[in-house]
Design a protein around this ligand. Structure first.
Ligand SMILES: [Zn+2]
Length: 448
């Protein structure tokens, strides 16, 4: 009788928690594949902090907690900085899927009776973020206004085209076709080296010379899809999987920024005591695991889905991301469908910045930490300061400054100077200059 009573209670309690208890701010806690009598109590300790206490009730089989953090809306947790600690304040091993960092599986060692799930600020702190009005200057005296453009070259939105798993058809199909269109692709590679007993195909390793030639040409981007696409067991294994792939990519891009997109791959499990943010910061990676439209033909209607997605992103001025696997007849995406999507992108090319994922991420991050300040002005000139909060060795994508000039400046030449260079252009109602993303003082003036 006692046991039945407990099972009943545990079930009721778990069911209640699964129904998104408002006390837990949308966090869902449950057992992973377990229906016995052991129970748990989850309590919110504050914003992004939760304690789970476990009553094993004599249960001897291994128990695993499943915690789903809200990933959208007002209550969304910053999943990349979440860790779990036991009552002795030791970081616990947590398992997550490579592309769902908001879903945690926490295996509970016999000795653990409670744990705290919490978001921790990154060791290096948060990047500075300025406001939209910091990125605009409207000066009444000169009549000039300056803004840091939403996207480079006066484009309305951005598009990245990604290819996963370093498949041979990326070299034989995707890259030659992209070059026909003049588009840049981002290639998420698994650079190996081949592990004994593995059934993965290590085409990046076997076709290394070809990838090297692509990178020499400099019109494509590589990204980190982990060394082997197999997940990791433990901190050291995870560190090797990420750092190994990063190092292989950096070797093919000598002297270039090390900032690289990271996506740990669908269908992989990663077990670590650390936050994803730890690995991102340590290896100059940024998280590219979500928000992308899958373009495999098996999802159906991909060309139309792409047309719609692109339209929405153009209307909202946002970054549209899509990803492919293998290109060719009978493979994940047929060549005809691949070309149809590129044709759509081509139709919108005047409004679209089609670039690598790191290029786009850099521009966004640089812009969101930059600000403009007025220094002085008169009828024919404006001196202002551009301040950038990003590290210049990693963030090297030029920023676009957009000027609106007064009527009195029209039909004249305009000079933009900073301490290093000066550029002369004919005055245009919307004049654009690309400038390095570093803090500097500028003067814009109308020639007599
Ligand atoms: Zn993959």
């Amino acid at each position: 009788m006692r046991t039945i009573h407990h099972i009943l209670l545990a079930t009721v309690f778990t069911a209640a928690l699964n129904a998104q208890s408002p006390d837990l701010g949308g966090v869902k806690v449950s057992w992973e594949r377990y229906t016995g009598s052991a129970s748990f109590t989850a309590t919110s300790l504050g914003k992004f902090e939760l304690r789970v206490e476990v009553d094993r009730k004599g249960e001897t089989q291994p128990l695993t907690l499943r915690i789903a953090l809200p990933s959208t809306g007002r209550d969304a947790w910053p999943a990349n900085i979440v860790e779990v600690r036991d009552s002795a304040d030791q970081a616990m091993l947590v398992r997550r899927s490579g592309i769902e960092w908001d879903k945690l599986l926490i295996p509970l060692p016999q000795s653990v009776t409670s744990c705290v799930v919490q978001a921790v600020d990154p060791a290096g702190g948060w990047p500075q973020v300025t406001s939209e009005k910091d990125r605009v200057l409207q000066d009444a005296i000169s009549g000039v206004s300056v803004r840091i453009a939403n996207w480079p070259q006066g484009r309305t939105a951005a598009l990245s085209i990604r290819f996963d798993d370093s498949h041979p058809t990326h070299l034989s199909k995707a890259i030659p076709i992209l070059r026909e269109y003049g588009f840049k692709g981002t290639f998420m590679v698994n650079p190996g080296p081949k592990e004994p007993g593995s059934r993965q195909n290590y085409s990046f390793e076997t076709q290394h010379a070809e990838w090297e030639a692509v990178m020499k040409q400099g019109d494509m981007e590589l990204a980190n899809h982990s060394a082997h696409h197999r997940g990791a067991k433990g901190d050291e294994d995870m560190e090797r999987e990420i750092s190994g792939a990063a190092a292989a990519i950096w070797k093919l891009t000598p002297g270039k920024s090390k900032l690289t997109a990271l996506n740990l791959g669908g269908g992989t499990m990663w077990e670590t005591t650390r936050t994803l943010r730890y690995y991102l910061d340590k290896y100059h990676q940024f998280d590219a695991s979500s928000g992308s439209l899958g373009m495999d033909d098996s999802y159906g209607g991909r060309v139309e889905a792409f047309r719609k997605a692109l339209q929405t992103h153009l209307e909202r001025g946002l970054w549209c991301r899509v990803h492919y696997h293998y290109i060719g007849e009978g493979l994940s995406s047929s060549e005809a469908n691949f070309r149809s999507a590129l044709d759509i992108a081509k139709q919108h090319q005047d409004k679209l910045w089609i670039a690598g994922m790191a290029d786009i991420y850099k521009y966004q991050t640089e812009r969101s930490s930059a600000k403009l300040t007025l220094v002085k002005s008169d009828a024919n000139s404006l001196a202002f300061q551009l301040d950038c909060g990003t590290e210049a060795t990693l963030y090297d994508q030029p920023l676009t400054l957009e000027f609106t000039l007064p009527e009195s400046w029209r039909n004249r030449q305009v000079i933009l100077q900073d301490s290093k260079r000066e550029v002369v252009k004919p005055a245009d109602s919307h004049l654009r200059f690309e400038v390095p993303p570093v803090s500097s003082a500028f003067v814009i003036q109308a020639m007599p």
